[in-house]
Design a protein around this ligand. Structure first.
Ligand SMILES: Nc1ncnc2c1ncn2[C@@H]1O[C@H](COP(=O)(O)OP(=O)(O)O)[C@@H](O)[C@H]1O
Ligand SMILES: [Mg+2]
Length: 368
């Protein structure tokens, strides 16, 4: 692997060598695993826009939870096959804790009944029993050895029947006093539909964590360290300009870091012209990969609202937006709420809104 890639790996789900600015969030969630089974701290929802770092955060949680002795079902994307995958991942990860071969022959433990080798089920169970039954068996067997189970779910979708089954199984395991925890990640809009879904109402009691933009100080410190290691010379004013151009987006941090290295001269020097070029090509890539997909997921009226906002610089007053759209303030209010739920905009000062995803305003302006 190229040394540059150890610092800057701008592609989705690629795990960077260092997670910038998420220590407190990670500690918070990992500490929660020590709480009583069934407590609020053991079920967490992570909300964030595309590129905010949900997937890489889940993988980091997997590593850290393993160090605490948890058996982890590594991030599974919500899909038709997810329940089988969750079982398989727990079996694979938990096998190292189950010393004996054939459970039956070791006599002793009752929990070993139903298993053939390690955490593999006997074929009668494998073929006939439900997901919930198997999960309870795994929970009991691992629990006997003092290990809990952490289930990680990515790209949550409210409509999924499998997700509903997973959540009801989680509640059953809690009822059976199993040592189990769950973390689910998704786009803000998807999480908000989950919370409005009758079957999934339990998740309203889960802990919610929004992945906020990274602090400028964290971005700048990371850039300073990475550029030094890579032999890139950039003065601190330009470096700060680069940090602020990321607008705290982890994905932009990766894109821009990568491009700065590409645009440096053969001695590793970066001047203002090179930096501006790096910022420009990062912006284009970000607009294509993040802005375009974000906009494509919205209704036409939602996009009209955003277009009306894009006339302003930092924030827009709701009154101006309504006027530009030619609609009443009440009407605009409805779209405001929807767009806030979907995480594309945020409330700023009273009666005002601002974009929550970098460069969406530029993207819309360029389209006009
Ligand atoms: N905390 C972070 N520090 C550094 N890079 C990050 C961080 N979070 C995410 N990234 C990078 O941003 C990109 C997008 O992350 P990803 O987890 O795929 O986002 P999401 O799942 O929210 O869309 C990846 O290239 C990843 O390496
Ligand atoms: Mg992701």
């Amino acid at each position: 692997m190229d040394i540059v890639d150890t610092f800057f790996s701008p592609s989705f789900g690629n795990r960077p060598s260092q997670l910038v600015g998420r220590d407190a969030t990670i500690r918070h969630i990992i500490d929660g695993l020590a709480s009583q089974p069934g407590s609020k701290e053991r079920a967490t929802l992570i909300l964030g826009q595309r590129g905010s770092g949900k997937t890489v955060l889940l993988w980091e949680l997997a590593d850290q939870a393993r160090k605490q002795g948890f058996v982890v079902a590594t991030p599974t994307v919500v899909s038709e096959s997810m329940l089988n995958r969750v079982i398989e991942k727990i079996q694979d990860d938990g096998d190292r804790y189950i010393k004996s071969g054939r459970g039956k022959l070791t006599g002793g433990s009752l929990g070993a009944l139903g298993f053939s080798v390690g955490l593999q089920f006997e074929s009668s169970i494998q073929e006939t029993k439900s997901f919930g039954y198997k999960m309870l068996k795994l929970g009991q067997r691992l629990g006997e050895q003092g290990h809990g189970i952490l289930i990680l779910v990515d790209e949550v979708q409210a409509q999924s029947v499998e997700l509903k089954e997973l959540i009801s199984t989680y509640l059953e395991l809690v009822g059976e006093q199993q040592n189990v925890a769950i973390v689910l990640a998704g786009l803000p809009g998807a999480i908000s539909s989950v919370l409005n879904n009758r079957v999934l109402t339990f998740l309203n009691r889960a802990r919610k964590i929004t992945l906020e933009p990274l602090a400028m100080g964290d971005v700048d410190a990371f850039y300073a360290h990475a550029f030094k290691q890579l032999g890139i010379q950039i003065n601190s004013d330009l470096r700060r300009k680069a940090s602020s151009a990321t607008e705290g987006s982890p994905y932009l941090l990766q894109l821009l870091g990568h491009n700065i290295v590409q645009y440096a001269d053969e001695h590793g020097n970066v001047n203002e012209a090179a930096l501006d070029e790096a910022i420009e090509s990062s912006r284009i890539a970000f607009e294509e990969e993040v802005c375009a997909t974000t906009i494509a997921a919205l209704s036409e009226k939602d996009v009209d609202f955003l277009r009306a906002m894009s006339h302003d610089n930092d924030e827009s007053s709701l009154a101006d937006i309504a006027e530009r759209m030619g609609v009443t303030a009440d009407y605009a209010q409805k779209y405001r709420k929807r767009l806030i739920d979907s995480g594309v905009i945020c409330a700023s000062k009273r009666g005002h809104v601002a974009f929550a995803v970098p460069y969406v305003a530029d993207y819309l302006r360029n389209q006009e």
